[in-house]
Design a protein around this ligand. Structure first.
Ligand code: SAM
Length: 291
Protein backbone atom coordinates (compact mmCIF):
# COMPACT_ATOMS: atom_id res chain seq x y z
CA UNK A 1 0.00 0.00 0.00
CA UNK A 2 2.81 2.38 0.86
CA UNK A 3 3.98 2.22 -2.74
CA UNK A 4 0.55 2.73 -4.33
CA UNK A 5 0.47 5.78 -6.57
CA UNK A 6 -3.33 5.90 -6.92
CA UNK A 7 -4.49 8.97 -5.06
CA UNK A 8 -4.74 12.55 -6.29
CA UNK A 9 -2.11 13.59 -3.73
CA UNK A 10 0.46 10.90 -4.63
CA UNK A 11 -0.13 11.38 -8.36
CA UNK A 12 0.54 15.13 -8.07
CA UNK A 13 3.62 14.51 -5.90
CA UNK A 14 5.13 12.06 -8.39
CA UNK A 15 4.43 14.32 -11.36
CA UNK A 16 6.01 17.28 -9.55
CA UNK A 17 9.00 15.37 -8.23
CA UNK A 18 9.92 14.29 -11.77
CA UNK A 19 9.01 17.61 -13.39
CA UNK A 20 6.60 15.72 -15.66
CA UNK A 21 4.13 17.63 -17.82
CA UNK A 22 1.02 15.81 -19.05
CA UNK A 23 0.52 15.63 -22.81
CA UNK A 24 -3.04 15.96 -24.01
CA UNK A 25 -2.06 14.73 -27.47
CA UNK A 26 -1.11 11.33 -25.95
CA UNK A 27 -4.41 10.98 -24.07
CA UNK A 28 -2.68 11.36 -20.71
CA UNK A 29 -5.53 11.42 -18.18
CA UNK A 30 -4.27 9.57 -15.13
CA UNK A 31 -6.66 7.64 -12.89
CA UNK A 32 -6.39 8.51 -9.22
CA UNK A 33 -9.16 6.41 -7.65
CA UNK A 34 -7.93 3.24 -5.92
CA UNK A 35 -11.38 1.60 -5.90
CA UNK A 36 -11.89 1.99 -9.63
CA UNK A 37 -8.40 0.70 -10.34
CA UNK A 38 -9.13 -2.29 -8.16
CA UNK A 39 -12.44 -2.92 -9.97
CA UNK A 40 -10.74 -2.79 -13.37
CA UNK A 41 -8.08 -5.30 -12.28
CA UNK A 42 -10.61 -7.67 -10.71
CA UNK A 43 -12.90 -7.58 -13.78
CA UNK A 44 -10.06 -9.31 -15.68
CA UNK A 45 -10.17 -12.32 -13.31
CA UNK A 46 -6.39 -12.53 -13.04
CA UNK A 47 -4.47 -14.96 -10.85
CA UNK A 48 -0.78 -15.81 -10.43
CA UNK A 49 -0.85 -18.29 -13.35
CA UNK A 50 -2.04 -15.54 -15.72
CA UNK A 51 -0.53 -12.65 -17.63
CA UNK A 52 -1.73 -9.08 -18.17
CA UNK A 53 -0.84 -6.75 -21.01
CA UNK A 54 -1.35 -3.10 -20.15
CA UNK A 55 -1.42 -0.41 -22.82
CA UNK A 56 -0.30 3.01 -21.56
CA UNK A 57 0.75 2.54 -17.91
CA UNK A 58 1.31 6.28 -17.31
CA UNK A 59 2.92 6.50 -13.87
CA UNK A 60 1.92 2.91 -13.05
CA UNK A 61 -1.27 3.25 -10.98
CA UNK A 62 -3.08 0.36 -12.70
CA UNK A 63 0.15 -1.55 -13.34
CA UNK A 64 0.65 -1.90 -9.60
CA UNK A 65 -2.83 -3.42 -9.16
CA UNK A 66 -2.23 -5.81 -12.06
CA UNK A 67 1.12 -6.85 -10.60
CA UNK A 68 -0.58 -7.73 -7.31
CA UNK A 69 -3.00 -10.07 -9.11
CA UNK A 70 -1.15 -11.55 -12.11
CA UNK A 71 1.98 -13.68 -12.43
CA UNK A 72 3.36 -11.58 -15.29
CA UNK A 73 2.64 -8.00 -16.38
CA UNK A 74 3.88 -6.25 -19.50
CA UNK A 75 3.09 -2.56 -19.94
CA UNK A 76 3.58 -0.85 -23.32
CA UNK A 77 4.19 2.90 -23.00
CA UNK A 78 4.82 5.29 -25.90
CA UNK A 79 6.14 8.22 -23.81
CA UNK A 80 9.81 7.70 -22.93
CA UNK A 81 9.62 10.43 -20.24
CA UNK A 82 7.54 8.03 -18.12
CA UNK A 83 10.15 5.26 -18.06
CA UNK A 84 12.17 6.58 -15.06
CA UNK A 85 8.93 7.12 -13.10
CA UNK A 86 7.73 3.59 -13.88
CA UNK A 87 11.09 2.23 -12.80
CA UNK A 88 10.41 3.64 -9.35
CA UNK A 89 6.71 2.78 -9.01
CA UNK A 90 7.21 -0.77 -10.28
CA UNK A 91 10.36 -1.40 -8.29
CA UNK A 92 8.58 -3.76 -5.81
CA UNK A 93 7.23 -5.88 -8.69
CA UNK A 94 10.02 -7.66 -10.59
CA UNK A 95 7.47 -9.66 -12.63
CA UNK A 96 6.18 -6.41 -14.19
CA UNK A 97 8.12 -5.04 -17.15
CA UNK A 98 7.78 -2.01 -19.39
CA UNK A 99 8.14 -2.03 -23.17
CA UNK A 100 8.79 1.38 -24.71
CA UNK A 101 6.81 1.74 -27.95
CA UNK A 102 3.62 2.51 -29.83
CA UNK A 103 1.19 -0.36 -29.34
CA UNK A 104 -0.22 0.20 -32.84
CA UNK A 105 3.20 -0.49 -34.36
CA UNK A 106 4.34 -3.32 -32.09
CA UNK A 107 4.56 -6.92 -33.22
CA UNK A 108 2.21 -8.33 -30.58
CA UNK A 109 2.76 -11.94 -31.68
CA UNK A 110 6.43 -11.52 -30.84
CA UNK A 111 5.60 -9.80 -27.54
CA UNK A 112 3.40 -12.78 -26.63
CA UNK A 113 6.15 -15.21 -27.50
CA UNK A 114 8.80 -13.24 -25.57
CA UNK A 115 6.79 -12.56 -22.40
CA UNK A 116 3.69 -14.70 -22.01
CA UNK A 117 4.81 -18.17 -23.12
CA UNK A 118 4.41 -19.70 -19.66
CA UNK A 119 1.02 -18.12 -18.80
CA UNK A 120 -2.22 -20.12 -18.57
CA UNK A 121 -4.11 -17.16 -20.05
CA UNK A 122 -3.54 -13.51 -20.92
CA UNK A 123 -5.83 -10.48 -20.76
CA UNK A 124 -5.41 -6.90 -21.88
CA UNK A 125 -6.23 -4.46 -19.08
CA UNK A 126 -5.89 -0.73 -19.61
CA UNK A 127 -7.09 2.79 -19.18
CA UNK A 128 -6.76 3.54 -22.88
CA UNK A 129 -5.62 6.79 -24.49
CA UNK A 130 -8.97 7.98 -25.91
CA UNK A 131 -7.61 9.35 -29.20
CA UNK A 132 -6.80 5.80 -30.36
CA UNK A 133 -9.39 3.65 -28.53
CA UNK A 134 -10.97 2.04 -31.58
CA UNK A 135 -7.77 1.31 -33.57
CA UNK A 136 -6.21 -0.32 -30.50
CA UNK A 137 -9.22 -2.53 -29.75
CA UNK A 138 -9.64 -3.51 -33.42
CA UNK A 139 -5.94 -4.39 -33.65
CA UNK A 140 -6.24 -6.64 -30.58
CA UNK A 141 -9.33 -8.37 -31.98
CA UNK A 142 -8.27 -8.69 -35.62
CA UNK A 143 -4.83 -10.12 -34.83
CA UNK A 144 -6.63 -13.01 -33.13
CA UNK A 145 -4.20 -13.09 -30.23
CA UNK A 146 -4.86 -15.80 -27.65
CA UNK A 147 -6.67 -13.45 -25.27
CA UNK A 148 -9.14 -14.20 -22.47
CA UNK A 149 -10.50 -10.73 -21.77
CA UNK A 150 -10.00 -7.17 -22.83
CA UNK A 151 -10.93 -4.94 -19.89
CA UNK A 152 -10.55 -1.28 -20.78
CA UNK A 153 -11.60 2.17 -19.67
CA UNK A 154 -12.85 4.06 -22.73
CA UNK A 155 -15.24 6.91 -23.54
CA UNK A 156 -18.75 5.95 -22.41
CA UNK A 157 -20.18 6.76 -25.83
CA UNK A 158 -17.78 4.29 -27.52
CA UNK A 159 -18.55 1.62 -24.90
CA UNK A 160 -22.27 2.09 -25.65
CA UNK A 161 -21.64 1.66 -29.37
CA UNK A 162 -19.52 -1.46 -28.85
CA UNK A 163 -22.19 -3.15 -26.75
CA UNK A 164 -25.28 -1.92 -28.66
CA UNK A 165 -28.00 -4.32 -29.84
CA UNK A 166 -29.81 -3.88 -33.18
CA UNK A 167 -32.47 -1.20 -33.45
CA UNK A 168 -30.96 1.83 -31.75
CA UNK A 169 -28.83 4.73 -32.90
CA UNK A 170 -25.72 3.39 -31.11
CA UNK A 171 -25.79 0.17 -33.16
CA UNK A 172 -23.39 0.28 -36.11
CA UNK A 173 -20.41 -1.36 -37.77
CA UNK A 174 -18.34 -1.02 -34.56
CA UNK A 175 -20.98 -2.99 -32.60
CA UNK A 176 -20.89 -5.74 -35.19
CA UNK A 177 -17.08 -5.83 -35.46
CA UNK A 178 -16.65 -6.09 -31.68
CA UNK A 179 -19.49 -8.59 -31.16
CA UNK A 180 -18.19 -10.81 -33.98
CA UNK A 181 -15.04 -11.42 -31.93
CA UNK A 182 -16.22 -10.96 -28.35
CA UNK A 183 -19.11 -10.71 -25.89
CA UNK A 184 -19.15 -7.22 -24.35
CA UNK A 185 -20.42 -6.09 -21.00
CA UNK A 186 -20.16 -2.69 -19.35
CA UNK A 187 -18.62 -3.11 -15.90
CA UNK A 188 -19.12 0.43 -14.60
CA UNK A 189 -19.59 4.06 -15.63
CA UNK A 190 -16.89 6.45 -14.42
CA UNK A 191 -17.25 10.23 -13.99
CA UNK A 192 -14.52 12.67 -15.17
CA UNK A 193 -13.69 13.65 -11.56
CA UNK A 194 -11.42 10.66 -10.85
CA UNK A 195 -8.83 11.64 -13.48
CA UNK A 196 -5.97 14.14 -13.55
CA UNK A 197 -6.61 16.14 -15.69
CA UNK A 198 -10.36 15.56 -16.07
CA UNK A 199 -11.56 14.51 -19.54
CA UNK A 200 -14.61 16.25 -21.07
CA UNK A 201 -16.76 13.13 -21.21
CA UNK A 202 -17.99 10.27 -19.04
CA UNK A 203 -15.99 7.07 -19.25
CA UNK A 204 -16.92 3.40 -18.94
CA UNK A 205 -15.06 0.23 -18.11
CA UNK A 206 -16.00 -2.37 -20.70
CA UNK A 207 -15.09 -6.05 -20.60
CA UNK A 208 -14.86 -8.02 -23.82
CA UNK A 209 -14.83 -11.79 -23.34
CA UNK A 210 -13.18 -13.22 -26.42
CA UNK A 211 -15.22 -15.86 -28.26
CA UNK A 212 -13.69 -19.23 -29.08
CA UNK A 213 -15.41 -19.08 -32.47
CA UNK A 214 -17.44 -16.36 -34.21
CA UNK A 215 -21.22 -16.45 -33.57
CA UNK A 216 -21.96 -16.72 -37.31
CA UNK A 217 -20.35 -18.56 -40.23
CA UNK A 218 -19.16 -16.25 -42.99
CA UNK A 219 -17.73 -17.21 -46.38
CA UNK A 220 -15.18 -14.41 -46.22
CA UNK A 221 -14.55 -12.19 -43.20
CA UNK A 222 -13.24 -9.23 -45.20
CA UNK A 223 -16.29 -9.27 -47.46
CA UNK A 224 -18.68 -9.65 -44.50
CA UNK A 225 -17.31 -6.45 -42.95
CA UNK A 226 -17.40 -4.72 -46.36
CA UNK A 227 -21.15 -5.46 -46.61
CA UNK A 228 -21.72 -4.22 -43.05
CA UNK A 229 -19.87 -0.96 -43.80
CA UNK A 230 -21.81 -0.44 -47.03
CA UNK A 231 -25.15 -0.89 -45.23
CA UNK A 232 -24.25 1.75 -42.63
CA UNK A 233 -22.64 4.18 -45.12
CA UNK A 234 -25.62 6.53 -44.88
CA UNK A 235 -27.64 5.73 -41.80
CA UNK A 236 -30.83 7.38 -43.01
CA UNK A 237 -30.92 5.50 -46.30
CA UNK A 238 -32.64 2.15 -46.74
CA UNK A 239 -30.67 -1.05 -47.06
CA UNK A 240 -31.50 -1.22 -50.72
CA UNK A 241 -30.21 2.31 -51.42
CA UNK A 242 -27.02 1.76 -49.44
CA UNK A 243 -26.34 -1.53 -51.22
CA UNK A 244 -26.98 0.09 -54.61
CA UNK A 245 -24.64 2.95 -53.77
CA UNK A 246 -21.86 0.77 -52.39
CA UNK A 247 -21.95 -2.77 -53.72
CA UNK A 248 -24.20 -3.17 -56.75
CA UNK A 249 -24.43 -1.25 -60.00
CA UNK A 250 -27.87 -0.06 -61.18
CA UNK A 251 -28.25 -2.93 -63.72
CA UNK A 252 -27.81 -5.39 -60.86
CA UNK A 253 -30.85 -4.10 -58.99
CA UNK A 254 -33.08 -7.13 -59.81
CA UNK A 255 -30.33 -9.52 -58.69
CA UNK A 256 -29.88 -7.56 -55.46
CA UNK A 257 -33.61 -7.66 -54.79
CA UNK A 258 -33.65 -11.40 -55.40
CA UNK A 259 -30.80 -11.86 -52.92
CA UNK A 260 -32.59 -9.81 -50.26
CA UNK A 261 -35.79 -11.80 -50.84
CA UNK A 262 -33.88 -15.08 -50.58
CA UNK A 263 -32.50 -13.91 -47.21
CA UNK A 264 -35.96 -12.84 -46.03
CA UNK A 265 -34.80 -9.24 -45.58
CA UNK A 266 -37.14 -6.38 -46.52
CA UNK A 267 -35.18 -3.93 -48.77
CA UNK A 268 -36.85 -0.94 -47.11
CA UNK A 269 -35.29 -1.73 -43.72
CA UNK A 270 -32.35 0.33 -42.45
CA UNK A 271 -28.92 -1.09 -41.69
CA UNK A 272 -29.34 -0.49 -37.97
CA UNK A 273 -32.17 -3.04 -37.74
CA UNK A 274 -30.23 -6.07 -39.01
CA UNK A 275 -28.78 -8.60 -36.58
CA UNK A 276 -25.29 -10.09 -37.01
CA UNK A 277 -26.79 -13.30 -38.35
CA UNK A 278 -28.87 -11.37 -40.92
CA UNK A 279 -25.69 -9.59 -42.03
CA UNK A 280 -23.93 -12.96 -42.29
CA UNK A 281 -26.64 -14.48 -44.49
CA UNK A 282 -26.76 -11.35 -46.66
CA UNK A 283 -22.97 -11.24 -47.10
CA UNK A 284 -22.81 -14.97 -47.84
CA UNK A 285 -25.58 -14.74 -50.45
CA UNK A 286 -23.87 -11.81 -52.23
CA UNK A 287 -20.52 -13.61 -52.05
CA UNK A 288 -21.95 -16.75 -53.66
CA UNK A 289 -23.75 -14.69 -56.34
CA UNK A 290 -20.45 -12.99 -57.22
CA UNK A 291 -18.49 -16.23 -57.48
N1 SAM B 1 -2.66 3.71 -16.98
C1 SAM B 1 -2.52 5.09 -16.53
C2 SAM B 1 -3.66 5.42 -15.59
O1 SAM B 1 -4.64 4.68 -15.60
O2 SAM B 1 -3.55 6.41 -14.89
C3 SAM B 1 -2.44 6.07 -17.70
C4 SAM B 1 -3.61 6.04 -18.68
S1 SAM B 1 -3.62 7.38 -19.84
C5 SAM B 1 -5.36 7.48 -20.15
C6 SAM B 1 -3.05 6.69 -21.38
C7 SAM B 1 -1.58 6.30 -21.44
O3 SAM B 1 -1.33 5.72 -22.74
C8 SAM B 1 -0.59 7.42 -21.29
O4 SAM B 1 0.41 7.04 -20.40
C9 SAM B 1 -0.01 7.62 -22.71
O5 SAM B 1 1.31 8.12 -22.73
C10 SAM B 1 -0.09 6.21 -23.26
N2 SAM B 1 -0.18 6.09 -24.74
C11 SAM B 1 -0.76 6.97 -25.59
N3 SAM B 1 -0.70 6.51 -26.87
C12 SAM B 1 -0.07 5.29 -26.81
C13 SAM B 1 0.31 4.34 -27.79
N4 SAM B 1 0.01 4.52 -29.10
N5 SAM B 1 0.98 3.22 -27.39
C14 SAM B 1 1.26 3.03 -26.07
N6 SAM B 1 0.92 3.90 -25.10
C15 SAM B 1 0.26 5.03 -25.45
Amino acid sequence: RAFDVASPKRTKEIIQKHGFTLKKSLGQNFLTDANILHNIASAAKLDPSKGALEIGPGIGALTQQLAKAAGKVVAVEIDGRLLPILKETLEPYPHASVVHGDVLKLDLGKLWHDHFAGCSGVSVVANLPYYVTTPIIMKLLEEKLPLEHIVVMIQREVADRMSAKPGGKEYGSLSIAVQYYAVPDIVTIVPPTVFIPQPNVDSAVIRLKLREAPPVRVEDEGFFFEVVHACFAQRRKTLSNNLLAGLFGKPEKPAMEAILAECGIDPSRRGETLSISEYASLANAIWLYRK
